[in-house]
Ligand binder design. Structure first.
Ligand SMILES: Cc1cc2nc3c(=O)[nH]c(=O)nc-3n(C[C@H](O)[C@H](O)[C@H](O)COP(=O)(O)OP(=O)(O)OC[C@H]3O[C@@H](n4cnc5c(N)ncnc54)[C@H](O)[C@@H]3O)c2cc1C
Length: 394
């Protein structure tokens, strides 16, 4: 297994880190204060700088408007960008747009690519992904009950979704809907593209997450479809292929999420180390001199290194041997890295004392927002069960 970094990749990663430090970290105070309009202007100015530097959309191949050079390379970009909650957006590879774009590259018709993929890839449109419903268990999406019924040449959509990340201000959603109610449970759903200015679509609210509501791209909405009609040609892939497509969306998406979390954990650990070195705890000693604090640093460094190696190994396996060779690891990295992330952020917050609880540093945001890492994209328990069953079968 070889994940050595070429000179040109290292140079692009260094350029990315430099933009993070010069442009993106300074925006975080505006983000944490919720000054959305000011933030928007800065975000779009940075996007232009990223495009001019030839670093835009590292998840998409050049022919689709991006700079993709391989899954391990993409994982390394996701780690650098993950250090800031604004990183992925500035580089045009934010979830859920990235996953939606990757799906359309593989399954979109020429018309869908022209209408939806091209502006999405260029950062001119935003999208969201509407699968989870408030009234059915998201852990078992075969229970979904929002429907799309074909009437003439239109799908008529009815249902309610929630936790639709970034729906606020998005241009369209990819919605997972039951189109084949009589089929077997894994073939009942299809993915359908729905422009969000279609009559019958309504955004009900942005859901507050631990006291913070978010806005625009940085939000999670509850939405409703009532007799919402879209052309029959808006189906992505074939009828009944919804879950198969969702699985496909998962592989690269999972690696990007996990490496983003590694970036957060890395920054949290660095913040912890900087803080404990300067925080005097007695007349002659700093927090860094305390062995209990040193143990927290060593545990974090070890867990982070192990989790990072596991994700890179998974990316390498997908890239070199295909998705099915990495299936078990893809479930494994999800719960393992999410828990490492949570422990490292928690230790860093603890080391910062009262300051860690404030919004004066990014840590409280990491703590609040990233708790969800153990829930979205399949909760810990679901992935543990799937890994354990596979091991037991083997
Ligand atoms: C911040 C955030 C962003 C999200 N973004 C999106 C999005 O963009 N689009 C989208 O469609 N969805 C999104 N989701 C929804 C997310 O995917 C679901 O919350 C997740 O799949 C879990 O579904 P649920 O909330 O219905 O929990 P449930 O299915 O009701 O499960 C509740 C809990 O039960 C436990 N559990 C579940 N199954 C088992 C089992 N078999 N054995 C033991 N315990 C079990 C788990 O601990 C789980 O947390 C997001 C969620 C969050 C929090």
């Amino acid at each position: 297994m070889d994940y050595s970094i070429s000179e040109s990749l290292q140079s692009r990663l260094d350029q990315t880190q430099a933009i993070l430090e010069s442009d993106i970290y300074p925006m975080e105070a505006t983000y944490l204060k919720g000054e959305w309009q000011a933030l928007d202007e800065m975000l779009y100015a940075t996007r232009k700088k990223v495009k001019d530097a030839g670093l835009w959309a590292p998840h998409l191949h050049p022919e689709d408007g991006g700079t993709f050079t391989g899954l391990v390379d993409l994982a390394l970009f996701a780690e650098v960008l993950g250090q800031s909650p604004l990183g992925h957006f500035c580089f045009g590879c934010q979830a859920p747009d990235a996953g939606n774009a990757e799906l359309m590259v593989l399954h979109g018709t020429d018309e869908q690519k022209a209408e939806y993929l091209a502006p999405l890839a260029a950062g001119e449109k935003r999208s969201c992904f509407a699968m989870t419903e408030p009234h059915t268990a998201g852990s078992n999406p075969t229970l979904l009950d929002s429907t799309a019924v074909l009437e003439g040449d239109e799908w008529v959509i009815n249902g309610r979704k929630w936790f639709t990340t970034s729906a606020d201000g998005a241009d369209f959603t990819v919605a997972m809907l039951i189109t084949e109610p009589e089929a077997n449970k894994h073939s009942r759903a299809s993915m359908i593209l729905v422009p969000l200015d279609t009559p019958g679509y309504k955004m009900i609210r942005n859901i507050p997450i631990m006291g913070h509501e978010g806005k625009g791209y940085f939000s999670h909405a509850e939405i409703e479809f009532k007799d919402c009609r879209v052309p029959a040609t808006n189906i992505l892939g074939k009828r009944g292929q919804g879950f198969a497509l969702a699985q496909e969306r998962l592989g690269p998406g999972r690696i990007q999420h996990c490496m983003r979390w590694m970036g957060i954990a890395k920054r949290s650990l660095e913040m912890m180390c900087s803080y404990v070195k300067t925080r005097k705890i007695t007349a002659t000693q700093t927090l860094a001199d305390q062995q209990l604090m040193q143990a927290m640093i060593a545990d974090s460094a070890a867990e982070l290194a192990a989790a990072r190696a596991l994700v890179l190994e998974t990316a390498w396996t997908v890239e070199n041997k295909g998705f099915s060779a990495a299936r078990e690891n893809i479930a494994l990295i999800k719960f393992y890295t999410a828990n490492v992330l949570q422990r490292v952020v928690d230790r860093s917050l603890q080391a910062h004392g009262g300051l860690g609880m404030t919004d004066d540093t990014i840590l409280s945001h990491f703590y609040r927002e990233e708790r969800a890492a153990r829930i979205y994209d399949g909760p810990d328990e679901v992935h543990k069960i799937s890994v354990a069953k596979k091991i037991l079968r083997g």
